[in-house]
Design a protein around this ligand. Structure first.
Ligand code: FAD
Length: 403
């Protein structure tokens, strides 16, 4: 009897798991069940080059249809898994079909947080899927003004695209700086001034409280009593792990589906990978829930290796990137405060890194157009190399000297 491997979710992690299983000659049957109507695809470009019209849809796909057909991978698109019967090892689909599994991979990703305040909420644009990005792209190309709620990566990447299209842009942010959840204050202030130079107006320390559609503009009411008028209102206010199926079926969940270093859940036949997981990380000595391509790909590799009998526990330095204007921001590690911080390079030349240390160890490297620092910093974090602040106080430091 052949193994029946079912993957719930045809996103980045689910798609990569199927591709790796094929490449590593998995002998069982592979089925991907995804509720979107697209083949597994990469999302980063949706808020960057695809939103700008510089990338074609076909290049977003992890593999084209021929790959799955040729390798016997079944893909059920536009199909949702509605429950998992762990005792009898099958999943139930929204068309009431049952699918038996011997191994199951949950790659259900995350759900967008949506605006809950009163008013014409359905006129707010979000950005998660190809359809969302195409709609927003058309709006940006045809309209004159946009209000963006939230100044995280997605909000700022939308702002950068809108600025290139010469729209009037207002960004409303509850905190007092951009990217406050994940970046240091130095990086925040650098990006704030970059956006301001491009004409973006920030409204910090304010919440949007209500939205009302007018004839042309939408009226967005703010907590200080003022109103922002804009033809487009978009929101990027974060995501939550999609744990519905896991929780309903009794798998252990806490801020994500709890998995071990092999991506195994509390059921030995069920793996979880990507945005939906909460997993241990020995480098930081804590559990992490990450929303990144690196994590999706590496957890897919980890689960596949375990399934194929050569477990390689997942323990890596998390990393992420963002493109805004001509700036590439690359972040290695987790910025969670620090006891020392050093800027390596030149802010004026827009080529620098912020190095954050805690207890004489590098915990995060945020590099602006300085990929070498990012690569070497990642290695230093991984090796948990002891570094003194004195060692870092060298002009134009080559991080290689610390390895
Ligand atoms: P997803 O790619 O979200 O896939 C999950 C899939 O499962 C979805 O298609 C979902 O609809 C489906 N699904 C859920 N439940 C069910 C069900 N019950 N039945 C069937 N299907 C189901 N990361 C970076 O590292 N760098 C970036 O620059 C970056 N930019 C981004 C820009 C945007 C606009 C977005 C949205 C994300 C970005 N990310 C970026 C994050 C990155 O794309 C995600 O971390 C990655 O896609 C996670 O992969 P995943 O497979 O876990 O989840």
């Amino acid at each position: 009897m052949k193994d029946e491997l079912i993957i719930i979710g045809g996103g980045h992690a689910g798609g990569m798991a199927a591709v790796l299983l094929v490449q590593k000659k998995f002998s069982g049957n592979i089925t991907i069940i995804g509720d979107e109507n697209f083949l597994p695809y990469q999302r980063p470009a949706l808020s960057k080059s695809f939103l700008l019209g510089a990338t074609q849809k076909e290049s977003l796909y992890i593999k084209n249809k021929d790959f799955y057909n040729k390798n016997g991978v079944s893909i059920l698109l536009g199909t949702k898994v509605v429950s998992i019967d762990r005792k009898n090892k099958y999943v139930i689909l929204d068309n009431e079909q049952k699918k038996i599994y011997t191994k199951l991979i949950i790659a259900s990703g995350s759900n967008l947080k949506e605006i809950q305040f009163p008013g014409d909420n359905n006129s707010i644009s979000y950005l998660r899927t190809i359809d969302d990005s195409e709609k927003l792209k058309n709006d940006i190309e045809s309209k004159n003004s946009i209000a963006i709620i939230g100044s995280g990566y997605i909000g700022l990447e939308i702002a950068a695209t809108a600025a290139k299209n010469n729209l009037d842009i207002n960004v409303i942010e509850f905190e007092n700086r951009v990217m406050s959840r994940s970046a240091s204050s130095q990086i925040s202030s650098f990006f704030e001034s970059k956006h301001k130079k491009a004409g973006v107006n920030f409204r910090f320390g304010l919440a949007a409280t209500h939205i009302k559609n007018g004839d042309k503009n939408k009226n967005l009411f703010l907590s200080d009593g003022t109103t922002v008028k804009a033809e487009i209102v978009a929101a990027g206010i974060g995501v939550e792990p999609n744990i519905f199926l896991a929780k309903e079926s009794g798998l252990k969940c806490k801020n994500g589906i709890i998995v071990d270093q092999n991506c195994l859940t509390s059921d030995k036949n069920i793996f979880a990978i990507g945005d939906c997981t909460n997993h241990p990380n020995d480098i930081y000595g804590c559990s992490l829930r990450l929303e990144s391509v690196h994590n999706a790909v590496e957890q897919a590799k980890t689960a596949v290796k375990y399934i194929l009998g050569s477990p390689t526990p997942y323990c890596q330095v998390p990393w992420f990137w963002s493109d805004q204007y001509d700036i590439k921001l690359q972040i290695a590690g987790i910025y969670q405060g620090c006891d020392a911080q050093i800027i390596n390079g030149s802010l004026k030349d827009e080529k620098f890194s912020v190095l954050s240390l805690k207890n004489n160890r590098l915990t995060a490297v945020e590099s602006v157009n300085k990929p070498k620092d990012f690569m070497l910093g990642k290695k230093l974090i991984e090796k948990q190399t002891r570094i003194s602040t004195k060692q870092l106080k060298v002009k134009n430091l080559d991080l290689k000297s610390l390895l």
